[in-house]
Write a protein that binds this ligand. Structure first.
Ligand code: FPP
Length: 237
């Protein structure tokens, strides 16, 4: 089978199950996150191999602040280490880093590294890795509504001119195409406030595999399942 996915431009992933993966092995939760981060590193060369232009990873949700201070701190440090260790890897694979979410609320040491890696990889056009950080779909839509309301208030936009396109144009990354496939690992069957607007026509793939075990074989299983789907976008077959 052709390894390229002509119809799959954008893959979105909810990387779930790090904690349970660790628990199953009698390890502390952070070991699961560390193993999960290694899987993220592994995805980098797969973008070219499987012809995927965009991957969006749900790395930290607006709800994840409710976790213990130690776990939040660990995840932020892990993100910083990932950025420090993978700039070269991203450049070698010609991948641009972008972020979606309320970036300003992340710790400064993360924001600085994110800005630096985004700037250094901004020259790459072929493939983009998007980290959803301090991201929530409802927050994104709330932010979009605020911007639109401001335009209405200053008279530059009439309410009757607001269309679906207007909403899309006010999301965090308006130029990124909607995901074609959304994968969630670990057996949970929810989208948990991820890309609420953008997932409208995405195919969903759920697997019981925990994120740290989501290897190349698991990825190709998901890509094969996607190829077999009949996407009609509300139209007839
Ligand atoms: C869900 O597992 C995972 C997260 C909340 C964080 C995702 C982070 C990573 C995969 C690693 C860091 C990422 C980067 C980009 C360096 P969980 O803790 O909710 O697992 P559980 O449901 O089994 O407890």
């Amino acid at each position: 089978m052709d390894s390229k996915n002509k119809d799959l431009r954008h893959l979105a992933i909810i990387m779930d199950g790090n904690g349970r993966w660790a628990q199953q092995r009698g390890l502390p939760r952070f070991e699961g996150h560390l193993a999960g981060a290694r899987r993220v590193v592994e995805l980098i060369p797969f973008m070219e191999k499987y012809g995927i232009e965009y991957i969006t990873l749900y790395a930290f949700s607006t709800e994840n602040w409710k976790r213990s201070a130690e776990e939040v701190q660990y995840l932020m440090n892990l993100l910083a280490d990932f950025l420090d260790d993978n700039l070269e890897n991203m450049c070698k694979n010609r991948i641009r880093l972008r972020v979606t979410g309320r970036l300003a609320d992340l710790p400064d040491f993360c924001v600085q590294r994110l800005n630096s890696v985004m700037e250094k990889t901004s020259c790459y056009q072929e493939r983009t890795l998007i980290l959803a950080l301090n991201y929530g779909g409802r927050t994104e839509l709330t932010d979009a509504v605020r911007k639109i309301a401001a335009s209405v208030q200053d008279g530059s936009l009439r309410p009757e001119d607001i269309e679906e396109k207007t909403i899309s144009e006010h999301l965090y990354l308006p130029d990124v195409p909607d995901p074609d496939l959304m994968i969630r690992t670990s057996g949970e069957l929810r989208i948990s406030n991820f890309l609420l607007w953008q997932l409208s026509y995405a195919e969903f793939y759920f697997t019981d595999t925990f994120w740290p075990d989501f290897d190349e074989a698991e990825l190709t299983k998901a890509l094969d399942a996607f190829r077999k789907r009949n996407r009609r976008f509300g139209g007839r077959p």
